[in-house]
Write a protein that binds this ligand. Structure first.
Ligand code: PBG
Length: 332
């Protein structure tokens, strides 16, 4: 009895062996595209694991250097730095202090690990005592006055030796102002990676533990975008391009793969995506319960972000992914 279907097309032919599957694979992850976020805290010999983010640590400057050396060995050559300062005030003035936590961290990495590309997050929420991303007038976050502070902050990062600045505050007009400020100080060669499409997201929860940046009242919905809005994402992206952004970032990543792809299709600059703390924590939590395979879901999530169009992925999985890529290479 021959009950074969008379099929011309059998897509399964290209999935038959591992060799063929490798041959036709469209998307690959490379450590060159991964950026590791690092949290710098005061002190020495501090390496404190963030409760809600396994394998992510708050690190003192000396430990950050050690971490960077380890990352380079894994092939991870870019980091994005966040600072948790000694003291906070209403303006967040330690954010642009040349002896501030980030500035010291940048100088140490620059000196000890010169091959590392250093990106800095430019936002005031870790530095203000109220935890908001700007100056307050009552409960209102002032825009233009806050932008001035962001310009100072970005310049001080460049002076300390940062390779790239990444404003994540979502104030209007900050990219143009930072561009002007950097240029005026002779930093016309320092690119801006703007958090162009940053949603007011519940997925930032664990980050606020790591960076000690939970707002003391209210939330961030008056400046970060409504997750319900897709067309507005394009508007934000085009404004940032007009203002001189060199790279556009979308954040969080997995809930917004459509937006990543929209920016990829409609602009001609590199697209970055931030796989945020909550995306990382939920995979780890499920894996700890034995509900998901961490290695597999890590690769799948990062691959989907890459496939959507992000060439740069900021991810807390950077080191683990680097290790996996290295071990696969050794096995073969
Ligand atoms: C602002 C900033 C945040 C994140 C990156 N930059 C927090 C926020 O907007 O509340 C979140 C990153 C993450 O969740 O991993 N400094």
């Amino acid at each position: 009895m021959n009950n074969k279907l008379d099929l011309i097309h059998r897509p399964r032919r290209l999935r038959r062996t591992e060799g063929i599957r490798n041959l036709v694979r469209e998307t690959r992850l490379h450590t060159d595209n991964l950026v590791a976020p690092l949290f710098i805290v005061p002190g020495t010999n501090v390496r404190r694991e963030v409760v809600s983010m396994p394998e992510v640590f708050q690190l003192s400057v000396d430990e950050v250097v050690r971490e960077c050396i380890g990352l380079i060995e894994l092939g991870i050559k870019s980091v994005i730095l966040f600072g948790i300062p000694e003291s906070k005030d209403a303006e967040g003035s330690s954010a642009w202090d040349s002896e501030g936590i980030i500035q010291r961290g940048i100088r140490a990495i620059r000196k000890e690990v010169p091959e590392m590309t250093i990106i800095t997050d430019v936002c005031l929420c870790e530095y203000t005592d109220h935890g908001h991303c700007g100056l307050l007038d009552g409960e209102h976050i002032l825009n233009d006055e806050s932008v001035e502070l962001y310009v100072r902050m970005a310049i001080s990062h460049a002076e300390a030796g940062a390779d790239m600045v990444a404003p994540s505050d979502m104030m209007d007009g900050r990219v143009a102002a930072i561009r002007d400020g950097l240029d005026a100080e002779g930093f016309e060669g320092i690119p801006i990676m703007s958090y162009a499409v940053k949603y007011a997201s519940g997925f930032y929860g664990p980050f606020r533990d790591a960076a000690d940046s939970t707002p003391s009242f209210g939330d961030r919905r008056s400046h970060q975008m409504d997750p319900a809005n897709g067309r507005e994402a394009m508007r934000e992206a085009l404004l940032d391009l007009e203002e001189g952004a060199d790279i556009l970032m979308v954040k969080p990543a997995m809930p917004n793969l459509d937006i990543i792809n929209q920016l990829y299709q409609n602009t001609d600059v590199p697209i970055a995506a931030y796989q945020v703390s909550g995306e990382y924590a939920m995979l780890h939590a499920a894996a700890q319960k034995g509900w998901l395979d961490l290695e597999r879901t890590m690769v799948e999530s990062l691959t989907s972000i890459r496939r959507a169009g992000a060439s740069i992925i900021i991810t807390y999985f950077a080191a683990r992914m680097g290790r996996q890529i290295q071990s696969v290479r050794i096995q073969k």
